[in-house]
Design a protein around this ligand. Structure first.
Ligand code: ADP
Length: 471
């Protein structure tokens, strides 16, 4: 063999070996589309051995190709599109990426099994489609905002709920709510969302195309790029206007009723005082004692009614404060000296500060009364109650400690909620409003409120108030 023919046969062997090694199916056809060569991968892909293929026409082995566009177009024009095309083979039940190109004595075909990739794409498409359907059929307002808070998407429900064409909202700011306070609140929530917090259930307001205000209960979270930078915020809001209006009606009803109840009670108290005097002069001790009991029951009723009224006012943010400067210590001492007369527990006082506070004196006294009467109510063994105060930074911190039943761990986060009664205190009187009102009063006066407690050993309730530092 001369050198050239040795080289040629080497190239041929090498090319064949190489074709066997590659991971794609490789076919060689003559111009009548007869198989001349197939590699191992090709036989595996189509599930036929070399004998069944070589020398046969492709349309004899696979009649289905007669339907394929790539085949019919080739027969028509004898030309190929050089880009790979995706072809689904019904007999193989496989997706193939097929590249075809002519060489001087035939046609080369590379085929790759892309069924896995294709199925993943389909799944993705289907799930995207599902999400799209969910978003488009939901009655909730689904929105996507850019990082400046401007709409980049608004769901079709905007039309049904607020009467706005979703497209008309694109580019508008989410902060343009009907209420300036609300806008500030939304801005600060948006900042937290951009930092990665997922915010559930915050109340905001929206305005419909007729100018009516809607109450919306919304939640939102940010979507981050690969570098951890937020690039959009998704929010879902539910129209709760009807619920809020019902709540408002209920509140108005409670406020009105409790107000109306106060008048007859005041008259009843006057009559009781009158009768007490009469029984004293008649020396009718038994009637007098009975009347005293009635008097106490009326006192309790008065407290309950006052709590109900306060709670509705507090909830509607109608708690009007009359702030003034006063020495905090004096208020505590005065309140305690009055309270001690009606409480069996001994109140021990340790007040370390004589500083001024700027707050609503009457309301702060009410706070102290709430804490101390609770401490007494939940200490059935009539153990001592310790009231302390100290300075901490710019605040005065007050603690009211008791050695009573304590607060169960699971109740600790809820006892400041409206109408919440602890699991151990269902048999004790009260509506579960005292701590709620107390918390709101303290908040409005610039302070904080918290509790430390061990069940069965007692509780310490704390509150802080900013010291008056003004001139
Ligand atoms: P209530 O009318 O039930 O006393 P509050 O709002 O004053 O309502 O208190 C809420 C709940 O907190 C109470 O039901 C009770 O479980 C718990 N609680 C409040 N103060 C104390 C205390 N000093 N010791 C133990 N539990 C307390």
């Amino acid at each position: 063999m001369n050198k050239l023919s040795t080289q040629k046969s080497f190239q041929k062997v090498f090319a064949k070996e190489f074709m066997e090694m590659i991971d794609d199916a490789f076919f060689l056809f003559d111009y009548s589309l007869r198989f001349i060569f197939v590699n191992k991968k090709a036989t595996q892909l189509i599930g036929k051995n070399k004998k069944e293929l070589l020398g046969k026409r492709i349309d004899d082995v696979f009649p289905e190709v007669k339907q394929a566009k790539i085949y019919t177009e080739f027969l028509k024009s004898r030309k190929f599109n050089k880009n790979p095309i995706e072809y689904y083979s019904p007999s193989m039940k496989k997706w193939l990426s097929v590249s075809v190109f002519p060489i001087h004595y035939g046609i080369v075909v590379y085929a790759k099994d892309i069924t896995g990739k294709k199925e993943a794409e389909m799944l993705l498409f289907e799930s995207e489609e599902k999400y799209r359907l969910v978003v488009e059929s939901t009655v909730d307002l689904v929105s996507i905002f850019n990082t400046e808070g401007k709409f980049i998407y608004a769901s079709p429900s905007y039309k049904d709920v607020l009467g706005h064409d979703p497209k008309s909202l694109i580019g508008l700011s989410m902060f343009s709510t009907p209420d300036p306070n609300d806008s500030e609140k939304v801005k600060s929530i948006f900042k937290r969302i951009l930092k990665g917090e997922k915010i559930r259930k915050f109340m905001t307001k929206g305005i419909d195309n007729k100018g009516n205000i809607h109450f919306l209960e919304a939640s939102g979270s940010a979507i981050f790029d690969n570098h951890g930078k937020p690039y959009m915020v998704v929010s879902v809001a539910h129209d709760v206007t009807e619920r809020e209006e019902n709540e408002q009606r209920k509140e108005d009803f409670i406020a009105m009723t409790s107000h109306e109840l106060k008048t007859p009670l005041t008259s009843a108290k006057i009559f009781i005082q009158f009768l007490k005097k009469r029984f004293t002069s008649l020396k009718d001790k038994e009637s007098f004692t009975l009347l005293q009991k009635v008097d106490r029951v009326i006192d309790q009723l008065e407290i309950l009614i006052k709590e109900l009224l306060d709670a509705t006012l507090t909830n509607q943010k109608k708690l009007s404060l009359k702030k003034e400067n006063f020495i905090f210590r004096d208020l505590v001492l005065q309140t305690i000296s009055e309270l001690q007369l009606s409480i069996h527990n001994k109140i021990v006082v340790n007040l370390q500060t004589k500083k001024y506070v700027h707050a609503d004196k009457e309301k702060i006294s009410q706070v102290l009364i709430n804490f101390i009467t609770n401490a007494a109510k939940y200490s059935p063994k009539k153990t001592n109650i310790i009231v302390k105060s100290r300075e901490k930074g710019k605040f005065i911190v007050v603690s009211i400690q008791d050695f009573g039943i304590g607060v169960a761990k699971k109740d600790k986060t809820h006892i400041f909620d409206r109408f919440y009664k602890g699991s151990k205190s269902k048999t004790y009187p009260g509506l579960g409003l005292g701590l709620y009102i107390t918390k709101e009063i303290i908040k409005e006066n610039g302070g904080e409120i918290w509790v430390e407690s061990t069940e069965g050993k007692g509780s310490t309730f704390y509150f802080s108030l900013p010291m008056y530092t003004g001139k």
